[in-house]
Design a protein around this ligand. Structure first.
Ligand SMILES: O=C(O)CCC(=O)C(=O)O
Ligand SMILES: [Fe+2]
Length: 347
C-alpha cells in the first residue's frame, strides 16, 4: 500500500461509480474487462441443498448438520445460513437504511470519506491506480475493532438510525459468530473452543452499492477475490454474488433472510487449509442498483498459525506462522494483481 495517496474530495467525486452512472455518459474504458470473463451457471439445488445450513440445528450440535457444515467449508469455503436468530425485519431495515445512505446528496456523503486513509469511510475501491480495471462499485468502509482504528467521523449521521443499526447488527452478528465458531470446531472433531475468533466483535463493516450498469456483459461489480479476513458475513439484497469452484463459476441463489458466510484467507491458514477460502466476485446488472451489507471478522491475536490439531501426516502444515503486520501490507497489491496474499506464507 506504500505510495498510495488518498484522493481529494473532488478527485474522489469524479471516480465514484454512482456519479458516473448518474451522468449516463459513455463509460470510461478503465471499467471494461479486457478479456471478458467466464459465465456463471445457476445452481438453485446446491444453494437449497448442500450449501444451506440450518443454524438452529447447529446450536443443538446435530451430527448431520455438522457434517454438512464441514463439507461445505472444506469443498466450497462458503454456505448460506437460515434460522440464525436475526429477525428478517431487522435485516430488511438494514438494507433499506444502507440504500437511503447511498441516496444522500454527494456533498453529504463526501463528508464521510477520510482525507488521510484510502480504506476508511465513503468512497470507491481501486480508484487509486490508473492501470487496473475498476469495479462497478462504491462503498462505505468502517473499522469497528480494534478501537484505535475506529474513525467516528466516517460514521454517517444520516439516515438517523444508521449508526445505531450498525452497532446493533454488529452485536447480533457477533453472537451468530460465537455459536458458529463452536459448531465449526465440533464439525472438525475438536473441542468447541479450538476455533475461536472475533471475541470483540467484527473488525470491519462494509456497505456496498453496485449501481445499475448499462454494460454488465463486459463489467464486473467486484472482480474475483478472496477476503483477507477470518470469516465474512454477507447480507445481499438480491442476486449478483458468484463463487468459483473447480474452474466453474456458480451464481449464488438469493434466499430472503439468509446470511451468506464465506471463509477468508486467514480462516484457511488457521485451519491449515482444511476449510477453504472461497473465491468470489459480483456481477453487474442492468436492471437495478444492488446493495450488500458485510461484516468481516479477524483473528483475536496478532499472529496467525495453523491449529496444531489440524496438522498431521495426511495434512502437513501448509502455511507458516505469520503476523498481521506481515500480512496486512500484502493486501492492497494482492487485490490489485488478483492474487492471494496468503500464498506468500506457504511453507
Ligand atoms: O456484495 C457482495 O455480494 C460481495 C461483496 C464482497 O465480496 C466484499 O465486500 O468483499
Ligand atoms: Fe469479498
Amino acid at each position: 500500500m506504500a505510495g498510495v495517496a488518498p484522493l481529494t474530495k473532488q478527485e474522489l467525486a469524479s471516480k465514484l461509480v454512482q456519479e458516473i452512472a448518474k451522468k449516463g455518459d459513455e463509460i470510461p474504458e478503465v471499467f471494461f474487462r479486457k478479456d471478458g470473463f467466464p459465465e456463471a451457471i445457476d445452481a438453485p439445488d446446491l444453494w437449497r441443498g448442500d450449501l444451506l445450513i440450518d443454524f438452529s440445528l447447529l446450536s443443538s450440535y446435530s451430527e448431520p448438520e455438522l457434517a454438512k457444515l464441514r463439507s461445505a467449508l472444506s469443498k466450497w469455503g462458503c454456505f448460506q445460513v437460515i434460522n440464525h436468530g436475526i429477525e428478517v425485519s431487522f435485516l430488511e431495515e438494514l438494507i433499506e437504511i444502507s440504500k437511503q445512505f447511498f441516496a444522500l446528496p454527494l456533498e453529504e456523503k463526501l463528508g464521510y470519506s477520510a482525507a488521510d486513509d484510502i480504506y476508511q469511510g465513503y468512497g470507491t475501491d481501486a480508484a487509486y491506480s490508473g492501470s487496473q480495471t475498476r469495479n462497478w462499485n462504491d462503498r462505505l468502509f468502517l473499522f469497528l475493532h480494534p478501537k484505535e482504528k475506529l474513525r467516528l467521523e466516517c460514521w454517517p449521521q444520516k439516515p438517523d438510525k444508521f449508526r445505531e443499526m450498525i452497532e446493533e447488527y454488529s452485536k447480533k452478528i457477533s453472537s451468530v459468530n460465537k455459536a458458529l465458531c463452536k459448531a465449526m470446531s465440533r464439525s472438525l472433531g475438536l473441542e468447541e473452543n479450538c476455533l475461536e475468533f472475533g471475541k470483540h466483535g467484527p473488525a470491519i463493516a462494509r456497505f456496498n452499492i453496485y449501481p445499475r450498469c448499462p454494460c454488465p456483459e463486459r463489467i464486473l461489480g467486484t472482480k474475483a477475490h478472496t477476503d483477507n479476513v477470518m470469516v465474512t458475513y454477507l447480507l445481499p439484497e438480491v442476486e449478483g454474488l458468484q463463487i468459483l469452484n473447480d474452474g466453474q463459476w456458480y451464481k449464488v441463489s438469493f434466499i430472503p433472510g439468509a446470511l451468506f458466510i464465506n471463509f477468508g484467507e486467514l480462516g484457511e491458514a488457521f485451519t491449515n487449509g482444511v476449510f477453504k477460502s472461497a473465491v468470489h466476485r459480483v456481477s453487474a446488472n442492468s436492471t437495478k442498483d444492488r446493495i450488500s451489507a458485510v461484516m468481516f471478522f479477524n483473528p483475536d491475536d496478532d499472529e496467525v498459525e495453523p491449529l496444531k490439531e489440524l496438522i498431521s501426516a495426511d495434512q502437513p502444515q501448509l502455511y507458516r506462522k505469520f503476523s498481521m503486520k506481515e500480512y496486512s501490507p500484502k493486501i492492497y497489491d494482492s487485490f490489485r494483481l488478483g492474487i492471494r496474499a496468503l500464498d506468500a506464507f506457504q511453507v
